[in-house]
Design a protein around this ligand. Structure first.
Ligand code: HEC
Ligand code: HEC
Length: 193
């Protein structure tokens, strides 16, 4: 068998070599094209303009503190390609929905990655942040447009409970929170523990 193959190769070595080279080139091209498609479909422009018809989210995003964080960092997670690929492949049905206009506006997120895998990759929950003061100015509808100021103290908090912290707005990171909701969008929450 091996000798036969060897003889065959000797007789047609030019053809065999050409076939191997062509296959190699096609293989390399396939890898380059797939990598480019993967990168492009992960780009912020693709998510914000091409794929979904979501100008409002895109406009808000570009003005946000996260304007340099790619959409996929939060919506797909920051794991390796091997974990991210099947996750994204599952959502390919969105292409069909978008093309056939089979969706309702506003669009809701149904499967955002947990905060541990997204927000907490950049924001360290062990860090305690001091209170911040916010001033909101309203103007009365009188001839002078008299200003009225509201001062709010935001207790950002965070930190570890073992260090006597873990309170404030980020209290939920150190504490287990359970809730029951009555509707799909979790707007009615009759029970919290
Ligand atoms: C810093 C993390 C983060 C980034 C970056 C991000 N998103 Fe989101 N996105 C969220 C969170 C959190 C929600 C709310 C999910 C929920 O309500 O359960 C959300 C909700 C959405 C929704 C649902 C509709 C809505 O307004 O609630 C859409 C659509 C969306 N994002 C699109 C995008 C697009 C497009 C980009 C990039 C241009 C992007 N997001 C970037 C975290 C992010
Ligand atoms: C890839 C990194 C990254 C991820 C992921 C990320 N953030 Fe941020 N976030 C930042 C950076 C950097 C800033 C600071 C931007 C600035 O100060 O201008 C920030 C700022 C913020 C702020 C302060 C906003 C303000 O007005 O000052 C909040 C709140 C916040 N992030 C919440 C979240 C939440 C919630 C998530 C997850 C849904 C998240 N972030 C995911 C990098 C990230």
């Amino acid at each position: 068998m091996i000798r036969n193959a060897f003889q065959l190769f000797r007789q047609h070595w030019k053809l065999t070599l050409a076939t191997i080279i062509v296959l190699l080139i096609v293989g390399v091209l396939l890898v380059v094209v797939s990598a480019t498609v993967w990168e492009y479909t992960n780009s912020t422009e693709f998510c914000g303009t091409t794929c979904h018809t979501m100008p409002p989210e895109y406009a808000a995003y570009k003005q946000s503190p996260h304007a340099r964080v790619p959409c996929v960092d939060c919506h797909l997670g920051q794991e390796s390609f091997l974990e991210a690929f099947p996750r994204k492949a599952k959502e390919i049905r969105h292409v069909y929905y978008a093309l056939s206009k089979d969706y309702e506006i506003p669009i809701y997120v149904r499967s955002l990655r947990p905060a541990r895998e997204t927000c907490e990759r950049c924001h360290n929950p062990a860090k305690f942040s001091a209170d911040s003061l916010k001033k909101i100015v309203h103007y009365r509808p009188d001839p002078e447009n008299t200003p009225r100021e509201i001062f709010l103290t935001l207790k950002t908090g965070g930190g570890r409970r073992s260090e006597g912290l873990g309170r404030g707005i980020h209290w939920h990171i150190e504490s287990e929170v359970y809730y029951l909701s009555e509707d799909d969008l979790h707007q009615k929450i009759p029970y919290v523990k």
